[in-house]
Design a protein around this ligand. Sequence first.
Ligand SMILES: [Mg+2]
Length: 392
Amino acid sequence: MKITGIETFVCHARMRNWIFVKVVTDQPGLVGWGEATLEWHTRAVLGAIEDLAPLVVGQDPRRIEHLWQMMYRQHFWHGHGIVRSTAISGIDIALWDIAGKLAGVPCSQLWGGPVRDWIRTYCHLGGGRMEEFYETPVEEAGRFADLARQAVEEGFTAIKAMAVPPTMPIEGLRPLRAAEAAVRAMRDAVGEQVDLMVDCHARPSPAMGLRFGKALDPYGLYFLEEPCWPESIDGLAMINRTIAAPVATGERITEPAYFQKLFAARACEVCQLDVTHCSGLSGARRVAALAEAHRIALAPHNPQGPVSTAATLEFGFSQPSFVICETVHADVPWRDEVAQTGYTLEPAGRLVRPNRNPGLGVSVNEAEVRKHPFQQELPQRVFHGDGSVGDW
Ligand SMILES: [Mg+2]
């Protein structure tokens, strides 16, 4: 059996261009689907997939680990830069899809699953509509409350908001009080039975991240995400040691060795690896083993397209430390038309029951994808009041 080609499909979904990867084999009808979405780097990832193709075309798709080793290690440069690791992810996910289809079982079963009956999902404030999640000003606490209430009405039991504004390395009370008011408004709106998460988007310095963490602690966050740059392991560890809310990070990390350092420093309690960025399901399984050894929970990053979600769920059904899956459902109204999936979603509680189809159980509608060709992603840039560059 041989891989005969790797095809890429770009589907513009407003905030992101979804990149779907199709690995084609010489067996009639046997293809695998992966996803390699990397916003603002769409053309680079497409090029990286083209550069990787000579390593895998002509090879046996069943030798997934061997192919992963080649893609990660060959031609001198290792595969952990964000563009190449995302490109590897797209191909690796598709190879696992093929493996499941060959075995006639969902991917989670290849890895000894399922380990649970259902997976809980959470949503972004506004369900993934970029204006509401990314652009609701932190000063508008009432809007945060309304959107949180709406998510609960839609069945969610866990909601994430970007309730921490961009700040300079040191600022005074104003941003802290605004964040506190927004989170208090959401807590008052939904009560204590609903879990709230705040994504700081690595906007704060470690010093400010600590102050935000302390200010928000009374509201019992399920986790506090990226309270400072992921590069600052000591900053994350200091915050994680000091506040009660578990620190979450990992969506921008691609390299098993870096995750190992993060875990060894106890810089987080929640690992947000992204299966479309950390060299695929083969990379994610390595990181999950490291996390489990440190008793760190898995809550993967997954704001991308439907193949990413299918892969993340298969992974979740095989991982004991998996606690919750990030999802977006309202980013584009035609999301469900682009791909059919094999799992079932229970609207009450937004719980996902296992996929019963082989592989990832996902099939991409190529004709639908073609209706949404590449468009340049909208710029998302932050400048502080004095004109200096901030983090989005
Ligand atoms: Mg995040």
